[in-house]
Ligand binder design. Structure first.
Ligand code: SAH
Ligand code: TYD
Ligand code: ZN
Length: 404
């Protein structure tokens, strides 16, 4: 039993995915082949109900110099950030507002903030990702956001009116350091807005591949409200988002500043009514994972035995959990196409499937393709409509294994 990273309470494990590699540590085919492994298991704190991994991976191992993920690879996500910026900027003070983005990667919200003429600063420790942002003319500090970084930013630039973060706060096991940093940096009437995969969507779709080293927390509204309070803040708004398979946007502010919107109470009531963070609901995740492990490799073996060529689409971090948990390697999925330059030419972590550029997909088309980037289904299927037209079939495994 491990200790809760939020409150120190006992964390009871409810799903175990065994020994896993880092989900974004792609392997050099010409290298030694050594991979860092850790035990990937997820549990819930009996005291504050926060769902979290039982074994954190040191942050420097994950978010290192050549961390390959690039936000800008999805056109839909670029539009999402543009829309988000329009909404959030409308609530800023008129005089020289200041926006800080935690985990901006190669751009995130900042291009839209800059385009609106608003002063922005990104904070991201992954050197090449931050460099990609800087190369676009954005201002970035190549550092982990924590109390020290926040104090330095405040001293140099003054308080932030908006601190925004997408798909990053759930990656930081030391949540106390995040809130201590927000406390140093946020203006008295400022807002801290973060959006991450929502536990409700993960469970309802049995999306067990959302469990990866980088997703230390799977947030629900109740535990986030309690964590914010513990660290001296109020949760004042929540908003479900359709991106990345279902997320929640949380808005946090200094205590007593803003009256919580009705959406907060409604979400809390819904979570209580459905027993979202209760043991039966959580156990469903392991059951769903076992179902996929029984069905997906069996389907792929049948197709391979029948002489079909099967590829993958999207060398996602999530696919590391699926392929390694289900025992899927290059004998079942010959290669996986991905648009990220820093992943191409390498092998997927653990499962060692070669990653090729999207141009390889049609050269010639495989018979079947496992849609590992299921959260980008619409965008990818539209882009690759020639695949179905040529008789190809997609294989999905969220919410269950099916050929479409
Ligand atoms: N916000 C982007 C990127 C998400 S990937 C998007 O939504 O697409 C997560 C990013 O968070 C990575 O670029 C990683 O380097 C960064 N990150 C991880 N820990 C961090 C920390 N403590 N402070 C700031 N950035 C962090
Ligand atoms: P994503 O699901 O966003 O995140 P994670 O790696 O955390 O699971 O990753 C999507 C991957 O799919 C990313 O490597 C880029 C790739 N991709 C394409 O190859 N083509 C596309 O059209 C899109 C949208 C993504
Ligand atoms: Zn706890």
């Amino acid at each position: 039993m491990s200790g809760c990273r939020v409150c120190g309470g006992p964390v009871h494990e409810f799903a175990d995915f065994g020994r896993q590699p880092l989900s974004d540590a792609f392997v050099d085919p010409g290298g030694t082949g050594d991979e860092f492994l850790f035990r990937l298991a997820v549990g819930r704190c009996a005291r504050c109900r926060m769902v979290q991994l039982t074994e954190p991976v040191p942050r420097e191992r994950m978010f290192r110099y050549d961390y390959p993920y690039r936000s800008s690879q999805s056109a839909r996500m670029r539009r999402h950030f543009d829309r988000t910026a329009r909404t959030l900027l409308a609530g800023l003070p008129a005089r020289d507002p200041f926006v800080v983005e935690i985990g901006c990667n190669d751009g995130g919200l900042m291009p839209a903030v800059d385009a609106a003429g608003v002063r922005s600063l990104g904070v991201d420790p992954s050197v090449l990702a931050a460099k990609a942002a800087a190369d676009r003319g954005l201002r970035v500090r190549t550092e982990f956001f924590d109390a020290g970084t926040a104090a330095a930013v405040r001293a140099a630039e003054g308080p932030a009116d908006l601190i925004y973060s997408a798909n990053t706060i759930s990656h930081i096991d030391d949540l106390a350091s995040v809130f201590a940093g927000v406390d140093r940096l946020l203006a008295p009437a400022g807002r801290f807005v973060f959006e991450d995969p929502y536990l409700g969507d993960v469970l309802s779709q049995s999306a067990f591949d959302q469990v990866i080293d980088e997703h230390f927390y799977l947030f629900a509204v109740g535990p986030v409200r309690d964590a914010a309070r513990r660290f001296g803040f109020d949760l004042v708004d929540v908003e479900p988002l359709p991106v990345h398979g279902g997320e929640m946007r949380f808005t946090v502010a200094r205590p007593g500043r803003y009256r919580p919107t009705p959406a907060v109470g409604a979400a809390l009531a819904r979570e209580d009514a459905t027993g979202l963070t209760g043991a039966p609901a959580l156990r469903g995740l392991a059951a769903g994972a076992e179902r996929v492990r029984a069905e997906l490799p069996a389907l792929l073996r049948r197709l391979r035995a029948g002489g079909r060529v099967v590829a993958g689409y999207g060398a996602t971090a999530k696919s590391a959990t699926v392929t390694n948990y289900c025992g899927i390697g290059p004998e079942l999925v010959a290669f996986v196409c991905d648009s990220t330059p820093g992943k191409q030419g390498l092998l997927t972590p653990g499962s060692r499937i070669p990653v090729r550029p999207p141009e390889a997909f049609a050269d010639p088309y495989p018979d079947y393709a496992v849609l590992f980037a299921w959260n980008h289904a619409e965008e990818i299927m539209a882009k690759e409509r020639g695949f179905r037209a040529a008789g190809g079939r997609w294989i999905r495994y969220v919410p269950d294994v099916r050929v479409v």
